[in-house]
Ligand binder design. Structure first.
Ligand code: AHG
Ligand code: MN
Ligand code: MN
Length: 338
């Protein structure tokens, strides 16, 4: 029987044999995986670990923080701050960047994360996850500032997520395709379970929060109307719909069997370009999807080309099966941007 390939072995081979990643990036990814393992254990304990429910604080986005949002954020910071591989971190749950304290050595990478994605699902025992993105600090001397993070998603050197569902699965790209690792709880390690993940280019499944329909822009309304018209409509086929309300779980389904995910700009907050955050949600997910042969767009621009100006910047997100995303982008052509 072929021996199982652990995440450690996969990363070592990527460093040594394929020379795709340097050793300090390998260390960084191992540490992030270890933190995800620890978050997975906390998630699994649920009520028994006293981790469910909300706190009395709000994050910078004005969202009430769940206990697990805070716990996951602390786990990721504590795991990553001392290893010498990072210059700074940024998180959905922190207003500014977290510079590695002076007592620890500094590295050349910047880590961004959504420590707990799908907070509304925490207390109801539905899949949630952690999303992360890694950039290299620009070569601009000592010190690190928020400006160093303002790089488009196409500059990412690693990205991934860990979904805490019926299984805990870590999904990773370092720019040479997408690999999936399932947590073996008895061994305590992530084991390679899927390599060279590919998203089918066509699909009959879409994911969007339909309750926002009245707030959408015309191209999104047109697209969903086409899907709902089914076999008699312009698409000539019946569509199925899913909406888990955890981006990690929706994207995981798309990486597994195809589909399209939309969280577009809508009129509720006209000044903001959508709900999801560019740096630690859209960019890592967009790169994973592209690496699996799919596409990721705002409707008018490739997500990975958006140059950020703020850490918590929002963006309109349309990602998944390539032909479907291209169809939605075509519906935007020639229409005025909101
Ligand atoms: P987070 O829990 O990190 O704030 O992210 C939640 C996001 C995303 O995971 C999901 O797709 C979306 O919010 C769901 O939003 P609605 O509740 O508006 O459907
Ligand atoms: Mn999120
Ligand atoms: Mn979150």
């Amino acid at each position: 029987m072929a021996s199982k390939i652990s995440l450690t072995r996969y990363l070592v081979e990527h460093q040594r044999v394929h020379a795709v990643i340097p050793s300090d990036l390998r260390l960084l990814l191992e540490v992030v995986a270890r933190a995800c393992k620890s978050i997975s254990h906390a998630v699994n304990k649920g009520e028994l670990g006293g981790v469910l429910g909300a706190t009395e604080t709000e994050n910078i986005q004005g969202e009430v923080q769940k206990k697990l949002d805070i716990i996951a954020n602390e786990v990721l910071i504590e795991a990553n701050e001392w290893g010498g591989h990072l210059a700074a971190m940024a998180s959905e749950e922190m207003e500014g960047i977290y510079v590695v304290p002076h007592r620890y050595p500094k590295g050349e990478y910047l880590l961004m994360f959504d420590p707990l994605d799908g907070s509304s699902n925490v207390d109801v025992n539905v899949s949630i996850g952690t999303i992360f993105s890694v950039l290299r600090k620009p070569d601009n001397g000592a010190g690190v500032s928020e400006a160093d993070f303002m790089q488009p998603g196409c500059k990412q050197v690693a990205a991934g997520y860990c979904v805490y569902g019926p299984q805990t699965t870590l999904v990773l790209t370092v720019g040479d395709g997408v690999a999936m690792f399932t947590l073996d709880r008895e061994q305590g390690s992530f084991v390679l379970t899927e390599e060279d993940v590919k998203i089918p280019p066509d699909t009959k499944e879409f994911a969007i929060n339909m309750s926002n329909m009245r707030h959408w822009d015309t191209p999104i309304k047109t697209y969903v109307d086409e899907c709902l018209a089914g076999v008699e409509g312009p698409r000539g086929k019946d569509f199925n719909m899913r909406w888990i309300a955890s981006m990690v779980a929706d994207v995981h389904r798309i990486l597994t069997r195809g589909g399209v995910f939309l969280y577009p700009w809508d009129k509720r907050e006209p000044g903001k370009p959508g709900k999801l955050r560019l740096m630690y949600e859209a960019n890592p997910m967009g790169w994973l999807v592209e690496q699996a042969g799919g596409a990721a767009s705002t409707g008018r621009e490739r997500i990975l080309d958006v140059v950020p100006t703020q850490l918590h910047q929002r963006v309109s997100v349309i990602l998944g099966s390539k032909n479907e995303v291209e169809h939605i982008v075509a519906l935007h052509a020639g229409t005025p941007a909101p």
